[in-house]
Ligand binder design. Structure first.
Ligand code: FES
Ligand code: FES
Length: 159
């Protein structure tokens, strides 16, 4: 077991874990951040998406050692002082979920996308979100939510 410092949602968190333990396992089982979901566990579904230094990654196949001293953003870190992020708000307004299992991964991937591409076309949204699987098939509403978030006046200052 080794000791790591993870900068999670702006706060240093100290954990003791094996170097090859997944970031997902550390988040959920050691830090009780259960908003990040376990889907396939094999890097195929993206339910476990978090941002590592702003980039979306599959936390199920990312060892905790790769996240040491880096900024990790989870779904718990998007809301600020009781206000949902523009992407979260747009998902609510579009009803872009059914069971909700894919939602935190979708929201985080969309957040990273809109930081890079603030005014995307529908085709760009579809292409970027392609690897995130929704077993409930609410893709049209997810696309609509990303479009809505891209038009949000609250977008300035970060998604
Ligand atoms: S749980 Fe990580 S990609 Fe499916
Ligand atoms: S809302 Fe159920 S998997 Fe996407």
């Amino acid at each position: 077991m080794d000791k790591y410092v993870l900068k999670i949602n702006g706060t240093d968190r100290h954990v003791t874990a094996s170097a090859d333990e997944s970031l997902l396992s550390v988040l959920r089982d050691r830090l009780d951040l259960t908003g990040t979901k376990y889907g396939c566990g094999e890097g195929e579904c993206a339910a476990c998406t978090v941002l590592l230094d702003g980039k979306p990654i599959h936390s199920c196949i990312t060892p905790v050692s790769a996240a040491a001293n880096k900024n990790v953003t989870t779904i718990e870190g998007l809301e600020k002082n009781g206000t949902l992020s523009p992407v979260q708000q747009a998902f609510v307004e579009e009803g872009a979920f059914q069971c909700g299992y894919c939602t935190s991964g979708m929201v985080l991937r969309a957040t990273a996308f809109l930081r890079e591409t603030p005014h995307p076309t529908e085709d760009q949204i579809v292409a970027y979100m392609d690897g995130n699987i929704c077993r409930c098939g609410v893709y049209p509403r997810i696309i609509a939510a990303v479009q809505r978030a891209s038009q949000s006046p609250a977008k300035a200052g970060g998604q």
